[in-house]
Write a protein that binds this ligand. Sequence first.
Ligand SMILES: NC(=O)c1ccc[n+]([C@@H]2O[C@H](COP(=O)([O-])OP(=O)(O)OC[C@H]3O[C@@H](n4cnc5c(N)ncnc54)[C@H](OP(=O)(O)O)[C@@H]3O)[C@@H](O)[C@H]2O)c1
Length: 279
Amino acid sequence: MKIAVLGAGNMGSALLGGILKAGVVTAGDVRATTRTDARAAELRERLGVEVTAGGNVAAAEGADMVVLAVKPGTVPKVVKEIRDVLEERQILISLAAALPISVIEDAAACRMPVFRAMPNIPVVVEEGAIGICHNAIATAAHREQVETIFRATGVTAFVDEEQMDAVTALSGSGPAYIYMVIEAMMAAGVKMGLSREVSLRLSEQTVLGAAKHARESKLHPAILRDQVITPGGTTIAAIHELERHGLRSMLISAIETATVHAGKRTNALLLEIERQKHS
Ligand SMILES: NC(=O)c1ccc[n+]([C@@H]2O[C@H](COP(=O)([O-])OP(=O)(O)OC[C@H]3O[C@@H](n4cnc5c(N)ncnc54)[C@H](OP(=O)(O)O)[C@@H]3O)[C@@H](O)[C@H]2O)c1
């Protein structure tokens, strides 16, 4: 499988690093692009793949998969740039937040499978959560190919495109909520007299271990929580405080607000793209 990654910045290079490490493709099967020479040279050195500044057309030509990893507002311009070399057999994948598939289809003007993925930042340690949707042309075989790529950087979930705003709010932004939880737990440990180092190490591992246990046990989190509680013990005393301050309700509201905000970002992006068309 030959892959072109157009705009190998933070997310594009994290995806590339993951698929190379997992052996999904070899370095010789990858072509990547950036805007600047400096970034291209840095990536060539770090990943050992062919990277050019510009050169999107040459990179996309003949590839089996073309990944669009430039900023959302730049995607239509890049797709129009490569339009003449796009083929129906290729798979086009956009990582751009908030950008609807229909905008990419319009710019591509080619009857081809188009996927939209929302990865989150833990893809850099191959523990990402990646929501994926696609257009009606994509088949089960295309889905399998795309999933193979993203599985190299984390866990995947297919959703309808209307649900991508919720994915953005839940797992796209989610790491920020969890970093806040780690930060607060660390501060609490320090307040109770633990060293910063011990407090941070125990907080990080508690989040990591609880997530791993939840995934591997396949039990509802409420059951797992109940298993930690001893009647009259310390955990239920802490949980009472968390309930008093509305921890669960706060997270539900935060993700609901972020979902609405993601929808507004799509509208703003569509207006910006329209403006670009007429300028
Ligand atoms: N970062 C995240 O956590 C995250 C999460 C989900 C989705 N995404 C999506 O991933 C995409 C990239 O985000 P990012 O954070 O990785 O941004 P980024 O680090 O700024 O990467 C964008 C890359 O695009 C390159 N570029 C710009 N114009 C180009 C052009 N015309 N042709 C080829 N390359 C070009 C830039 O090159 P230079 O470096 O040389 O300027 C840069 O390397 C966005 O659409 C974003 O919505 C990001």
